[in-house]
Design a binder for this molecule. Structure first.
Ligand code: ATP
Ligand code: MG
Length: 330
């Protein structure tokens, strides 16, 4: 299988104007602009196969949006090679964008003053969408994204969640093979987030659209992505399945137990002494070495147990550890 997106050693450095030095230097120095370089992306390589839905994660300033901007042809990189569906995004951009869809959660794509429907209609000639396909897609997306309730409202009057739904529709009417989503659920309530997730899953499953998604919402990741890439300071720290990522920290499962009474010793052989508060105890265990059922059985054989709660480390915690440990890919 050949990759639909291939990125090799991608680099992007920005030059930012910094304040001039204060008085005291030479006159020439006083007026010479001073620049500082910011290395937003520092040698990132990855590839995506057609039909994948991949999460691109990382803290603020990691370089995620910069990568997406390069992949969508909005920025020319400082170095590296990028091929998306056989094309170089920033060359012949007009042709390139006809094959991709893009949504930036923090930047509206539709015309601000036009009613949603007029804005969407304008896309048909712009992208040369065959009339029949356009109608078909519009009907389907209107239904899936429930656009009818605000289809005649000017874009500027939409709520954030409504605008995001309209933007998603706009990004897909021309039936792109690829969809780039940069924080599509930012600032949305849980219901709107869930609607967007369902839509993204649906177009990925039913239409086979390849999706690259950035988000800070880890529920998005858990609901949508089998594979994740984690970026920090412009470098990839992890590229692999979400399951493997969760598996890295199997030693950090916890079992919280409420006992009938305050037993003097509730320790379990082979496990560190549990933390205790009154009749409650919290055990830390390695899920791979000791399965939950075995641990529970051991405790129930010895004590009267009233309640139990098992937790694997939340994804948030796992990702925080990845940042902390700077685990390298492979
Ligand atoms: N046009 C620009 N000029 C100068 N510096 C920039 C520019 N765009 C981005 N940067 C810098 O590049 C770095 C990466 O920014 P980027 O927007 O890619 O991060 P991000 O991972 O998308 O973060 P966030 O999660 O906050 O959206 C940051 O240090 C940012 O300040
Ligand atoms: Mg960003």
């Amino acid at each position: 299988m050949t990759a639909i997106i291939s990125v090799r050693d991608l680099r992007k450095t920005f030059r930012v104007l910094v304040r001039r030095p204060g008085l005291g230097g030479s006159i020439a120095n006083l007026f010479a602009p001073h620049y500082r370089s910011v290395q937003a992306v520092e040698g990132v390589s990855f590839s995506l196969q057609a039909g994948e839905l991949v999460g691109y994660l990382g803290p603020n300033g990691a370089g995620k949006s910069t990568t997406i901007k390069v992949l969508t042809g909005l920025l020319v990189p400082t170095g590296g090679e990028v091929r998306v569906d056989g094309q170089v995004p920033w060359e012949k951009r007009e042709r390139y964008v006809k094959g991709i869809g893009v949504v930036f959660g923090n930047r509206p794509t539709l015309w601000w003053d036009l009613p949603v429907i007029d804005s969407l209609e304008l896309l048909q000639p712009m992208y040369d969408i065959p009339a029949e396909r356009f109608r078909y897609n519009l009907v389907e997306f209107k239904r899936m994204l429930e656009l009818d309730e605000f289809i005649n409202t000017p874009v500027r009057s939409l709520s954030l969640g409504q605008r995001m739904r309209a933007d998603l529709c706009a990004a897909l009417l021309h039936e792109p093979k690829l969809l780039f989503l940069d924080e599509p659920t930012i600032g949305l309530d849980v219901v709107a987030k869930e609607q967007i997730r369902r839509f993204v899953l649906d177009i990925n499953h039913r239409r086979g659209v390849t999706v690259l998604l950035t988000t800070h919402d880890l529920t998005d990741v858990e609901r949508l992505c089998e594979r994740v890439m984690i970026l920090d300071h412009g470098k990839l720290l992890y590229d692999g399945t979400l399951a493997a990522l969760n598996g890295r920290f199997e030693s950090a499962w916890t079992l919280k137990v409420d006992f009938e009474e305050e037993y003097p010793d509730v320790s379990v052989a082979g496990l560190p002494a549990p933390q205790r508060v009154g009749r409650q105890a919290l055990y830390l265990f390695n899920h791979r070495e000791l399965n939950t059922a075995e641990l529970v059985q051991q405790l129930m054989a010895r004590f009267q147990v009233v309640d139990l709660e098992v937790r694997r480390p939340p994804l948030e915690e796992t990702i925080r550890r990845i940042y902390a440990e700077q685990l390298l890919t492979k």
